[in-house]
Write a protein that binds this ligand. Structure first.
Ligand SMILES: CC(C)(COP(=O)(O)OP(=O)(O)OC[C@H]1O[C@@H](n2cnc3c(N)ncnc32)[C@H](O)[C@@H]1OP(=O)(O)O)[C@@H](O)C(=O)NCCC(=O)NCCS
Length: 328
């Protein structure tokens, strides 16, 4: 472990006890802020490791307790590095958040001469905006969380003619699904670039349920045309970070561009919601990029309304600007 900043130590590999400390810190912040501060992607990485290297920044108080944490991914050459950070509620407004962002900026500069860095703030908390804007970042991308009651009326799921619905078959549909996902999300790189490994990582999660992973297929040749992958959060206490009533999620919904405009998206949405209701859940949620106007419109028609917002802040700074004292 090396010190990259007076208050933040850097490591590329966390010990098991450190993972537990980070998850406890994130839980404490989530309880206080009403929004869990780390993304699912980062939590998966913490719990299982991964093939993509990550940089961890740890800030401790005088007694050695974890007071702040930042997770930094510097591997995205297209968008640049991204970071998520959290400061324990008892240690806020002492400069730790700013120190963690500055440490992340220093690490980023070592791997990217342009020093590109995105900060993700879950919950659009005013403190995150104040911190990021104060350091010269701009609000770049907005991810909406939408919710819908499953007690509200749900129509029958009417699939377009010639299509049928069935459950995902692990080990059989994997390759065809990855290809369909790439076609459906060609314009949304985060989702569209998923590899079989990304799929298998999720299939190994305790919440994975192939019966809730619905596929729409062409009745003639069995070709995959769309899917609605549902997820149940907080079921049976599997997830320590989700200590709340179980809630259903429209985890990923995708339609092959060849089947756009047929009503398949609405039918798949309804079919998945009916499945979740059949599991005894009373509420469903989903994440969607605010700029994905078609998807937001589909979900709004399906009874979803905005619940919360995740925001990414972006900054592009250069060594020359840094030398001029732009970054204090
Ligand atoms: C955002 C967060 C990391 C800030 O941590 P912190 O250690 O309290 O931040 P700092 O003490 O370094 O504050 C730096 C500046 O940010 C701004 N700021 C931070 N919290 C603020 C708040 N609640 N209200 C207004 N401004 C705030 C201030 O300008 C502050 O400077 P100042 O104290 O000199 O006025 C912390 O509140 C947190 O963990 N929130 C939940 C997770 C999150 O949103 N992460 C994304 C961060 S982009």
């Amino acid at each position: 472990m090396t010190s990259v900043h007076p208050v933040a130590a850097r490591t590329d590999q966390l010990a098991l006890e450190e993972v537990a400390e980070v998850l406890a810190l994130a839980q404490a912040a989530g309880d206080t802020d009403g929004a869990y501060p780390l993304s699912e992607h980062v939590v998966l990485h913490l719990r299982h490791g991964g093939d993509v290297p990550a940089v961890h920044l740890l800030a401790r108080d005088r007694d050695g307790a974890l007071a702040g944490y930042a997770h930094l991914d510097t591997t995205d050459e297209v968008e640049g590095a991204s970071a998520e950070l959290v400061v324990h509620p008892l240690h806020r407004r002492h400069g730790l958040g700013r120190a963690l962002v500055r440490a992340a900026m220093e690490v980023t500069e070592q791997s990217d001469p342009r020093g590109r860095l995105r900060l993700w703030a879950h919950g659009d908390h005013p403190s995150a905006g104040a911190l990021a804007l104060g350091l010269g970042f701009e609000r770049a991308r907005v991810l909406l969380q939408m919710r819908r009651s499953l007690f509200a009326p749900l129509p029958e799921a009417r699939l377009p003619d010639g299509m049928a619905l069935r459950a995902f078959r692990p080990g059989v549909d994997d390759e065809a699904w990855v290809a369909l996902n790439a076609r459906a999300f060609a314009g949304h790189p985060d989702q569209g670039r998923w590899t079989p490994h990304d799929l298998h990582l999720r299939m190994a999660e305790p919440w994975f349920d192939p019966d809730g992973f619905l596929l729409a297929v062409d009745e003639r040749d069995g070709r995959l045309l769309g899917f609605h992958w549902t997820k149940v959060h907080g079921d049976l206490g599997h997830h320590q970070e989700h200590q709340h009533e179980p809630i259903g999620e429209v985890y990923v919904l995708g339609v092959d561009p060849a089947a756009h405009g047929t009503g398949l998206g609405s039918a798949l949405t309804t079919a998945g919601l009916r499945y979740l209701r059949g599991r005894g859940l009373d509420q469903a949620m989903l994440y969607v990029d605010e700029s994905n106007v078609r998807a937001v419109a589909l979900y709004t028609r399906s009874g979803f309304a905005r619940w919360s917002t995740d925001v990414s802040y972006r900054r592009l700074f250069t060594r020359s600007r840094q030398r001029q004292g732009d970054i204090a």
